[in-house]
Design a protein around this ligand. Structure first.
Ligand code: GUN
Ligand code: ZN
Length: 429
């Protein structure tokens, strides 16, 4: 854990952004101080100086902008290798590209290198926390947690449970998947900043017995998360209906085993029935919207405004490798575009909120990450417009931080990330 002090422009959300700038704090000339990985001071530089703080030797970031580290609530660690694989919708894409790529993680050396590479790439793209799918291999998942612990990341991850409708090399059984999950939970849930997510892939690859086992795990280990997929693609939904003729709807295949709740994340939710919407809201379940993935796989357009109206807690994910970038700035750009097509606007500060404090609140960790409040863990980025000439050029014409952030949201990507800091240590430069 690191200590230090930086001076420069600082932007973060202290609450849900409202009209007239409420909920957002922007310091044109600020100082951020952190000790042993925790933020101890956030202040206007001149006020801090007048109060006696010595700023003479403090590095000034110039045009750089300090923001909280981005949070991604849906991403697949083993899928970096298949980004941008041509021509298929969900089910064929899984069979043709995804399952073969994940099968390679049976090799422990390959898995260890690939998991470490994934975390390095995530950080290079400015994401400091995420809710992550591993593969169905216990060893590969062990490797992911080991690499995350070595980097002191606040990460939630889990071994994929899948006991049918996939290649043999990826299948567990209801009993073996449950036992492996128990071992991983006991080793990693609560180790450092790590947490465990019970991870049934989706109802097509999980028998009813396996979904029941997932429910047992949630009951036996209060505090662990659940992550899965829901209502992403019409073909998928039809297959679920055939596999579970007695279920009321797709969500019911999870719900009847106790898999809904405030620590449960359902990715996509593009094609929901009214009953499913109602049940997601009633159980305080979380939805992870993944616009990049939805457009890439032709899954459809989510209805953010409707989810909000129904009182469903929304978060945002990259869904790499169906999403085509780990960058939450690119994800935001895609989120904005999908909202436009759905005749809803996504104002810039709501975009910032979504990938920082909003996602932290969805995960229930907003006391620790998501903004730069004193007492928070020092996970943050320095964004530098000089990394992207087109962004830099556009900034000549913006008049306030809202407009500037919108440029980052629409044109930005990992090239803007000048440095990434985790628990007060600079881990990417
Ligand atoms: N549904 C089940 N598995 C997956 C996956 O790996 N990616 C996406 N986008 N959807 C899924
Ligand atoms: Zn996914």
């Amino acid at each position: 854990m690191g200590s230090g002090i930086l001076r420069g422009r600082i932007l973060h959300c202290i609450d849900t952004p409202g009209a007239d700038g409420a909920g957002v704090e922007y310091l044109e000339d600020g100082v951020l101080q952190f000790e042993d990985g925790v933020i101890t001071l956030l202040a206007d530089a001149r006020e801090a100086s007048a109060g006696g703080l010595q700023l003479g030797d403090v590095p000034h970031l110039g045009a750089g902008l300090i923001v909280p580290g981005f949070i991604d609530t849906h991403v697949h660690a083993p899928q970096l290798a298949i980004l941008g694989s041509y021509g298929e919708q969900l089910m064929a894409w899984l069979e043709r590209y995804t399952f073969p790529a994940e099968a390679r993680f049976a090799d422990p050396d390959y898995a260890a290198a690939a998991m470490d590479e994934f975390l390095g790439e995530m950080l290079r793209h400015g994401t400091t926390s995420a809710l992550v799918f591993s593969t169905s291999h216990e060893d590969a998942t062990e490797a992911l947690f080991t690499a995350a612990r070595a980097r002191d990341l606040r990460l939630v991850a889990g071994k994929v449970l899948m006991d049918r409708n996939a290649p043999q090399g990826l299948l567990d059984t209801a009993a073996s998947g449950e036992a492996a999950s128990r071992r991983l939970i006991e080793r990693w849930h609560g180790a450092g900043r790590l947490a465990y997510a019970v991870t049934p892939r989706f109802s097509i690859t999980c028998s009813d017995e396996q979904l029941a086992a997932a429910g047992r795990l949630l009951r036996d280990y209060p505090g662990v998360y659940l992550q899965t997929h829901l209502a992403e693609n019409p073909g998928e939904i039809a297959a679920v209906a055939e596999l579970f003729p007695d279920a009321a709807h797709y969500l019911d295949t999870y719900d009847r085993h106790g898999l809904c709740g405030e620590r449960s994340f359902f990715a996509h939710c593009v094609h929901l029935q009214p009953d499913e919407l109602e049940r997601l809201a009633a159980t305080d379940s979380r939805v992870s919207l993944c616009p990049s993935s939805n457009m890439f796989l032709g899954s459809g357009l989510y209805d953010w405004a409707q989810l909000e109206r129904e009182g469903v807690c929304i978060s945002l994910g990259s869904d790499v490798g169906a999403g085509t970038s780990l960058s939450m700035l690119r994800t935001l750009g895609d989120a904005y575009r999908v909202c436009q097509l759905q005749e809803m606007s996504l104002p810039p500060m709501q975009g910032l909120y979504a990938v920082t404090l909003g996602n932290a609140r969805a995960l229930g960790v907003a006391e620790r990450i998501g903004n730069l409040a004193v007492g928070s863990e020092a996970d943050f980025l320095v964004l530098d417009p000089a990394g992207n000439p087109q962004v830099q050029r556009r900034l000549q014409d913006v008049s306030d931080i809202d407009e500037e952030w919108f440029v980052y949201m629409m044109l930005g990507d990992e090239r803007l990330v000048a440095s990434t800091w985790v628990a007060g240590r600079e881990v990417v430069r």
